[in-house]
Design a protein around this ligand. Structure first.
Ligand SMILES: [Zn+2]
Length: 295
């Protein structure tokens, strides 16, 4: 009888407003996909248990959640996500115990070219481009805001969260300076990519992104491919960028038509071989070579 009552009480606590805590008393924090998981781990340190919802190698946009993951989200002290990346996560988060990183930064609008076979357009639930983690300066702003949220969720360790947030923001600020310097003087400023993930990077460093598609799962129409090919030729593009998780087929067809090479740019939608910082530095090197930048 008593044991049963205790179990019920524990269960009730788990779904209460304070969020779940593990046996060691540390809050459980879930992060929707890789860049947010990396950021949350930096800021949480050893004061919270951070788990990622999207397994390595999985394209996050079409993530489906199992019952256990939904329970995990609902019970977490904080769920860190970006509204518009993963509809399943958007639906599962609890308003009062979630942190939408898009609310911390100035967003830019979604790419504007017309999509063929309109169905896909309905899957985008927001009007802004959600790929904000590809601008280190915006991610630094998110780090600071996340530090505040974790401090509020776990007041006993507030200062430690804020200190780690400041350190992480500082590292991202350094990366931002490297990008600004590295992409300052380039022969070309046009970035032809598989799907439009690099809008924030382009926005921050004065580049122009031309994405073949908005959605990585979508097959572009022949009309769209020849439209991009024409543009790439007229702008003297020598490299078409492909992505780590998406088949390079379309980009290769395009590169052939334009007489360009292909190179891999990582949109960091899944865990890279290193971490966020090292993968972004690899991206910077790839960009510098492809765009003919001098420093
Ligand atoms: Zn994406």
């Amino acid at each position: 009888m008593l044991a049963g009552a205790a179990l019920l009480t524990t269960a009730a606590c788990g779904s209460g407003t304070s969020g779940a805590t593990a046996a060691d008393g540390k809050p459980a924090v879930v992060a929707a996909f890789y860049p947010l998981q990396w950021l949350t781990e930096q800021v949480a340190g050893s004061d919270a248990h951070v788990t990622g919802l999207t397994a390595p190698g999985v394209e996050p946009h079409d993530l489906e959640l199992g019952i256990q993951q939904v329970t995990e989200i609902k019970g977490a002290a904080l769920a860190v996500y970006i509204k518009g990346v993963q509809p399943a996560v958007d639906d599962a988060v609890e308003q009062d115990r979630s942190f939408d990183a898009a609310t911390a930064v100035k967003t830019i609008p979604m790419g504007e070219h017309e999509e063929e076979g309109g169905e896909e357009a309905h899957e985008h639930e927001v009007s802004y481009d959600p790929h904000l983690w590809l601008d280190p300066s915006r991610l630094a702003t998110v780090a600071t805001a996340l530090g505040e949220r974790l401090a509020a969720a776990d007041p006993a360790h507030a200062q430690a969260y804020k200190d780690r947030a400041a350190k992480t923001a500082g590292e991202l600020g350094t990366l931002d300076q490297e990008f600004a310097k590295g992409l300052g003087t380039c022969r070309s400023k046009t970035l032809v990519t598989g799907h439009e993930a690099f809008g924030y990077l382009a926005d921050r460093y004065g580049l122009k992104q031309v994405g073949i598609t908005l959605d990585p799962e979508m097959e572009p129409s022949p009309a769209r491919i020849s439209e991009v090919a024409k543009l790439a030729k007229s702008e003297g593009v020598t490299t078409i960028f492909t992505e780590t998780l998406v088949s390079p087929k379309v980009a290769e067809v395009l590169a052939n038509e334009v007489g360009a090479k292909t190179a891999v740019l990582d949109p960091l939608e899944s865990k890279p071989s290193g971490d966020y910082l090292s993968a972004m530095r690899d991206n910077l090197k790839t960009l510098q070579t492809a765009l003919g930048c001098t420093t």
